[in-house]
Write a protein that binds this ligand. Structure first.
Ligand SMILES: Cc1ncc(COP(=O)(O)O)c(C=O)c1O
Length: 440
């Protein structure tokens, strides 16, 4: 078993995380159950922050709450002194309800509604990452109406796209996000923003992809942006105070993955920004980053109980669990791969290769193909690793299955931060037919 954070096998042969036997958690809270190793989240957060501090570079590390948003999670982010990214009114609302300092909230999105922008202005958030001309004008007029000034970054597409070990450069990036850096759109947006009375342009932002294992994509994006900023300085005397290079730092899901440590990404990014700004005699901007997956991904484990089995002779054995694409849609959505163990007998020898099926009425609801396991019996507890990012946040009620609860564990303590949904919760927004529609 690969060990993540505080995960270990205890004397009973059970998986233990944060000093807590996960089988006791399954007994208390039922399955499926999401468990977060809080110490690992703190370690990751500090890894990013302390590298900037050590190198004396002004920075903001903003947790991309799309990876996992909940009041308890946002409180933890605040404890660690990070900033926060939100991409919707719902994520902003969660942050505000968690009493997260509004001035450290950054708001993303390619189609923010008028209501969402008003919410952002009224709550006094620190920055809106403006994605398009429509939003820029709407934000200016809403701020004017309220007599307020909003800090913004312009989201640009630098023509670099990165995933895992690959990056590609394209002249004109075909993306729904942001202002193109190469075709003049970003420059036009910058000129407009500089003339706006209710907008303060702090700088630029880009996000080049996700699950990235190399630094080249980030450094290349930084280089392209700084080259452009140098032109803007020359032509418009505009100097960017902030350069936000987004998130996307990779994590280990399976043995095929070989991510860098947080500090390695940060050091390379800083070096490139320092080199490039020196080349163009520009002052060093504040560097912002937005890790999501790399802060919470490998800190999350999902527990399931095994149930039915199906043997397809000479082909495979399916073992079904009591969750699936409801609580983890990533395998069905983009063939994401995971590793798992039987948490109630981790040390038992591997005896067979099985495929783990979800319980949704959907053939595509397969959680893991070809997983080596001890001989599983129904009632075993399967622990799937690295489910902390885009698991709960993408969870859904397909087949009207209630969403599982979430617990935080740390130093032997357990905190239930999201309750299990009930059937009552499932129907709470349903309304019966009205008299006019009913044929009775
Ligand atoms: C703008 C932006 N920032 C940050 C992130 C976080 O990315 P990751 O979870 O891969 O770190 C995303 C995710 O897609 C994003 O779109």
């Amino acid at each position: 078993m690969h060990t993540y954070g505080t995960a270990r096998v205890n004397q009973s042969g059970h998986l233990e995380v944060g000093g807590v036997d996960v089988i006791s958690l399954a007994n208390k809270y039922g399955t499926p159950l999401y468990i977060y190793d809080v110490a690992l989240i703190r370690e990751r957060a500090r890894g990013f922050k302390e590298t900037f501090e050590k190198l004396g570079v002004s920075a903001q590390v903003a947790y991309a709450s799309k990876a996992f948003s909940a009041i308890g999670m946002i409180q933890l982010v605040e404890e660690e002194g990070l900033s926060l990214d939100v991409v919707s009114g719902g994520e902003l609302y969660t942050a505000l309800k968690a009493n997260f300092p509004a001035e450290r909230i950054h708001f993303h999105g390619n189609n923010k509604s008028k209501e969402e922008l008003i919410m952002a202005i009224e709550s006094g958030i620190g920055c809106v990452v403006v994605d398009n001309f429509y939003e820029l004008h709407m934000l200016q007029s809403l701020c004017e109406q309220q007599g307020k000034v909003m800090n913004i970054l312009l989201r640009v597409t630098p023509g670099v796209e990165a995933h895992t070990h690959d990056y590609i450069t394209t002249g004109q990036e075909d993306s729904k996000f942001g202002f193109d850096l190469n075709n003049g759109q970003a420059e036009e947006a910058m000129q407009i923003a500089l003339k706006m009375t209710a907008i303060k342009l702090l700088g630029v932002h880009c996000h080049i992809g996700s699950q990235i294992f190399e630094t080249t994509g980030f450094t290349l994006a930084a280089r392209k942006i700084i080259e452009k900023l140098a032109e803007w300085k020359e032509r418009y005397q505009f100097e960017s105070d902030v350069l936000n290079l987004g998130g996307g730092f990779g994590i280990r899901y399976t043995e095929e993955d070989d991510p860098l440590e947080p500090w390695q990404y940060v050091e390379e990014i800083i070096k490139e920004v320092q080199d490039q700004t020196a080349t163009y005699s520009m002052s060093m901007p504040e560097i912002w980053i937005e890790p999501g997956r790399s802060l919470v991904g490998d800190a999350g484990i999902t527990l399931y109980q095994t149930g039915s089995e199906k043997h397809v002779p000479k082909v495979r054995k399916y073992i079904a669990i009591d969750g699936g694409m409801n609580d983890n849609i990533r395998p069905a959505l983009y063939e994401a791969k995971y590793e798992a163990v039987l948490a109630n007998r981790v040390n038992d020898p591997v005896e067979e290769t099985v495929s783990i099926a979800g319980k949704c009425c959907e053939s595509g609801d397969m959680l893991i193909w070809d997983l080596p396991l001890p001989k599983a019996e129904s009632g075993d507890i399967l622990a799937v690793f690295c489910t902390g990012a885009y698991g709960y946040s993408m969870a859904n009620n397909y087949n009207r299955i209630p969403r599982p609860p979430v617990v935080f564990v740390e130093n032997g303590n357990v905190d239930l931060i999201i309750k299990r949904e009930s059937y009552e919760d499932i129907i709470k927004l349903d309304l019966p037919l009205t008299r006019t529609m009913s044929h009775k």
